[in-house]
Structures are given as structure tokens and as C-alpha cells.
Design a protein around this ligand. Structure first.
Ligand code: AMP
Length: 214
């Protein structure tokens, strides 16, 4: 079984994916993480994607779809959690074809994390991330014990460029325009499941857990 996890920026897709991975044998595929790694390593893909990611814009479909194809072909896995992909209708259609081509399991559920705008703004504005291990903190609600230093690995805790106010606005606009229509797309396919994404991460995960069974 493969799953799509989607929702607005700041809905908690990355956090919930991590919790899901502890409970399933599915492989995590996060296009956001792939782009951040490529940017960190200054690969040609990273160079191409950086200006989009930093500004909070969607990377063009052709680039994202090519990246996912490569990932699926390289990782001979059948069960995936797709986190942050698809984000557009063209990506959703491409994903279905690619899954067939590589023989992965079809998407059984599209879990949508529902979070109101004011909560998203608070989460995104305060979000801090470890540059080394990716651990997520919040400047006010859950800061690291020592400012700027990751509790888990001692790495540098920083604010992502795309968590700056202008970029947050751009990301929310891109979500409304391009990603929100996927709700209807998956509803029509009978795969859409809405999850209340408000509250602590373990509370939200308890709402997801029943859907992890086949
Ligand atoms: P995320 O960590 O999922 O919020 O992604 C961070 C950034 O990576 C996004 O704001 C986009 O610039 C880019 N990105 C990630 N996934 C996609 C996608 N499926 N389509 C287009 N751009 C993406």
C-alpha cells in the first residue's frame, strides 16, 4: 500500500511522516527533503531548484516529476509514503503512471492534514530546523534547550529561508492555487481522507494510525 500525505505548508507532513515510518515498512519520499539535500550538496538539480525553494515557489512540474521518477527507479521499494508530492494536478497524474511503470503499490489513501490558516501562520513563522539532522523546533512553543543548537545532534538550528514572512505568503498562495484542487481529485477517486491536523504531533498521529492498516 502506498499513501499520499498532503496539506498546506506547515500542516505537519514531515513530522507525521516520521511518526508513520516508525510504525510501517513504507519508504518515505519527500520532494522537499530531496530538494534541500540537492541544494546543500550544490548538485545541478539543487542549483536549478534553489531560487524556487528559497522564494517559496513551486519547482516546475517537469523538474519535480523527473526527480520522483529517478527516486522510484533507484529505490526498488513497493510501498511509499509520498510527502509533499504530488502538489499539482500534473504531478498527481504523473505519479499514477510512474507507480505503474516501476511496479510500486498503487495509492490506497490520500491523507489530507486539515489545519486552519491562523495555526499554519503561527507554526511556520516560529519553525526552526536543525541543518544537520532535520529535527524540527518552534521558537516559542518547543525551542531547543540551548538557543541555536540541536538537542539531538548538536547541529545548527536555523530558520529556513522559505519560512520568512514573504516566502510563507507565496507558499500559501501556491498551495491554494495548485495543491488544494487535489482534494477534489482524490475525493473523486474515493481515496481522500481528511485528518484534523490541529494539536500535538502524537495526538494527530493517533488520528492517522487507523488508516495505516490495509
Ligand atoms: P516542503 O518541505 O515539502 O514544504 O517543500 C519545500 C519546498 O520545496 C516547496 O516550497 C517547493 O519550493 C519545493 N517543493 C517540494 N515539493 C514540491 C513539489 N511536489 N512540487 C513543486 N515544488 C516542490
Amino acid at each position: 500500500m502506498s499513501l499520499v500525505l498532503f496539506g498546506p505548508p506547515g500542516a505537519g507532513k514531515g513530522t507525521q511522516s516520521d511518526l508513520m515510518l516508525g510504525k510501517t515498512k513504507m519508504m518515505h519520499m519527500s520532494t522537499g527533503n530531496l530538494f534541500r539535500d540537492a541544494i546543500k550538496n550544490k548538485t545541478p538539480l539543487g542549483v536549478e531548484a534553489q531560487s524556487y525553494v528559497d522564494a517559496g515557489k513551486l519547482v516546475p512540474d517537469s523538474v519535480v516529476i523527473g526527480l520522483v521518477r529517478e527516486f522510484l527507479e533507484k529505490n526498488k521499494v513497493v510501498d511509499f509514503i509520498f510527502d509533499g508530492f504530488p502538489r499539482t494536478m500534473a504531478q498527481a497524474e504523473a505519479l499514477e503512471n510512474q507507480i505503474k511503470e516501476v511496479g510500486a503499490q498503487p495509492i490506497a489513501k490520500a491523507l489530507f492534514l486539515e489545519v486552519p490558516h491562523n495555526v499554519l501562520m503561527e507554526r511556520l513563522g516560529g519553525r526552526r530546523v536543525c541543518k544537520n539532522c532535520g529535527a524540527v523546533y518552534h521558537a516559542k512553543l518547543s525551542p531547543p534547550k540551548k538557543e541555536g543548537v540541536c538537542d539531538k545532534c548538536g547541529g545548527e538550528v536555523y530558520q529556513r529561508k522559505d519560512d520568512a514572512p514573504d516566502a510563507i505568503e507565496t507558499r500559501l498562495e501556491a498551495y491554494e492555487k495548485s495543491t488544494a484542487p487535489l482534494k477534489e481529485y482524490y475525493q473523486k477517486k474515493g481515496l481522500f481522507i481528511s485528518i484534523d491536523g490541529v494539536g500535538g504531533s502524537t495526538d494527530v498521529f493517533e488520528r492517522i494510525r487507523p488508516f495505516l492498516k490495509n
